[in-house]
Design a protein around this ligand. Structure first.
Ligand code: ARG
Length: 528
């Protein structure tokens, strides 16, 4: 990569090791394309170093700024959409989506699904072996409550609405009747003991939920490699319980807890011996370590579980379920808010039904699913993961501005330019433009001085868990391209070299936009 060659050149000129040379992009392009502070850091003579590097100037207290040559920029343009393999097949697990059985797929799980898929795509594209896992909430005492209600009221016909209703009803009844919690516990015990009636009811709840979830995933065009829900770890818990008891778990009021140094302890086993959400997560860490040997596990889950994941990660390391160098990451996404700043809801209800939101997005996008869904995804990803999002249909579907439809439209515009050309595309050298003096004009240069950063941005978006960096990058690229498009003729360019160059430029922008959108999980339509 040119960036590394440049670092090497600077290292040689400065007489330092290449690892000492860090490159950034100056804030203003007029300063140059790359900048390094190596002279300041190592107290060297910046002027003397710059004199040995083509295109280098010195600014301020000794920053060395480097302006890439047109030849460099042209070479970079033709390979801009190629991404480096930095993963070398190392494994990263991305756990995302993870809705709860017997509840509607909520808007919080939408965020997890969109962000998780984008992170998955980014790491995969950079050469990591990526494994997606949907940690479905399909186990736990809440199922005892549901099974109790289903049986008590002999409910045979039910959907998710009904299941949610029964769950709320249970809590109302339990306020006045303390014995109900016990009944629920017994039902959950029956489930754990593989009682056929309990298992059948539970299976039916799963089937009903999965049918709804599948509808959402189909609309979103998301497929997750594995769906090892919480129940998957049922038979894998005894092993971690043993490890915990033999190491850091302590008995407290009949329960087993793990002190992690955070605000409260992690509950390993309840006083009745029942397992918890945490027990299953510990088992999942061990299973993942043994099965996939990942270097990193990303938990794409909302910020409300921050304390819990801090506890889980500390406990996992203290129990040596994974070694210290395995990164356990909780991305902590923010909430969706309604325009009044309150938690987002539809039709005055408490929970947002996601399929209704998605259907509405498609309707508002004139019935074109890839536009409506792309708009929702882009709007989500444009926000930093940890910030809250104010849901705003106008911004989501805006045809101008930093929106999914604007980027898709720009891509489609590019495709229509390319479709009108029937001569073969080559990536011409500057020589082809000798007819116009070999000079690149302002609009062309502005694209060239931006597009080559794509691989760097993809790396940064992955390593900082920040797909928004990629959104902003492709938006800026689209804007620069549209300025060029409005000012310069492409197909009817005056000189044949110029036409050929502008078509190649157009093709490169199209490739990068498409790849950028696809990494975000958004399709890039040919026509719009
Ligand atoms: N089902 C959980 C919820 O909706 C999210 C699961 C998060 N992942 C985990 N490994 N605990 O709150």
């Amino acid at each position: 990569m040119l960036r590394d060659q440049l670092r090497q050149t600077i290292a040689e000129a400065a007489g330092v090791d290449i690892t000492e040379v860090h490159l950034e992009h100056p804030n203003l392009e007029t300063y140059g394309d790359y900048s390094t502070n190596v002279a300041i850091k190592k107290k060297l003579d910046a002027k003397a170093i710059a004199a040995k590097i083509p295109g280098a100037t010195v600014a301020g207290p000794g920053f060395i700024n480097i302006t890439l040559t047109p030849e460099n920029l042209l070479n970079l343009m033709s390979t801009a959409s190629d991404l480096p393999n930095i993963g070398h097949g190392q494994t990263i697990i991305v756990e995302y989506s993870s809705p709860n059985i017997a509840k509607h797929f909520g808007i919080g799980h939408l965020r997890s699904t969109i962000i998780g898929q984008a992170l998955y795509n980014l790491y995969e594209a950079l050469g990591y072996k990526t494994i997606g896992d949907n940690h479905l909430g399909d186990w736990g005492t809440q199922f005892g409550k549901l099974l109790y209600m289903l049986e008590k009221y002999s409910v045979t016909e039910y959907d998710i609405d009904k299941l949610e209703e029964l769950y709320i009803e249970f809590h109302k009844l339990a306020e006045n009747d303390k014995s109900l919690e016990n009944e629920a516990r017994k039902w959950f015990k029956r489930l754990e003991d593989k009682d056929p009636i309990a298992r059948e009811l539970w299976n039916k709840c799963i089937q009903i939920s999965m049918r709804e979830f599948k509808r959402v995933y189909d609309l979103l065009n998301v497929q997750i490699d594995n769906a090892h829900g919480e129940s998957f770890y049922e038979d894998k818990m005894p092993e971690v319980i043993k490890i915990a008891k033999g190491s850091i778990a302590v008995k407290s009021d009949g329960a087993w807890i793990i002190e992690t140094g955070h605000d409260s302890p992690l509950m390993l086993l309840k006083s009745d011996g029942g397992t918890t959400y945490a027990t299953r997560d510990l088992a999942a860490v061990l299973y993942r370590k043994n099965t996939f040997d990942p270097i990193k596990i990303i938990y794409e889950v909302g910020a409300e579980q921050t304390l819990y994941f801090a506890q889980l990660f500390t406990a996992s390391k203290k129990m040596s379920l994974v070694s210290n160098d395995v990164e356990l990451i909780h991305t902590k996404h923010g909430l969706y808010l309604a325009s009044d700043g309150k938690k987002f809801s539809t039709r005055g209800g408490n929970t947002v039904k996601l399929d209704e939101v998605l259907e509405e997005a498609i309707n508002r996008a004139k019935g074109i699913p890839e536009v409506g869904i792309g708009a929702i995804k882009y709007f989500d990803l444009l926000h930093g993961i940890q910030s809250n999002i104010v849901f705003d249909w106008d911004k989501i579907l805006a045809l101008q501005g930093n929106s999914g439809p604007y980027l898709q439209y720009t891509h489609a515009r590019i495709m229509s330019v390319l479709a009108k050309n029937n001569s073969p595309l080559s990536f011409p050298s500057l020589k082809l433009r000798e007819g116009v003096g070999g000079e690149l004009n302002t609009e062309e240069l502005s694209i060239l001085r931006w597009i080559y950063k794509f691989p760097e941005v993809v790396e940064e978006a992955a390593s900082r868990y920040s797909p928004n960096l990629l959104c902003n990058f492709i938006y800026e690229l689209a804007q620069r391209y549209n300025t060029f498009y409005n000012k310069c003729s492409i197909l009817s360019a005056q000189y044949s070299g110029e036409r050929e160059f502008r078509l190649a430029l157009t093709k490169s922008v199209g490739d990068v936009l498409k790849k950028g959108l696809n990494l975000l999980g958004i399709s890039a339509p040919e026509k719009m």
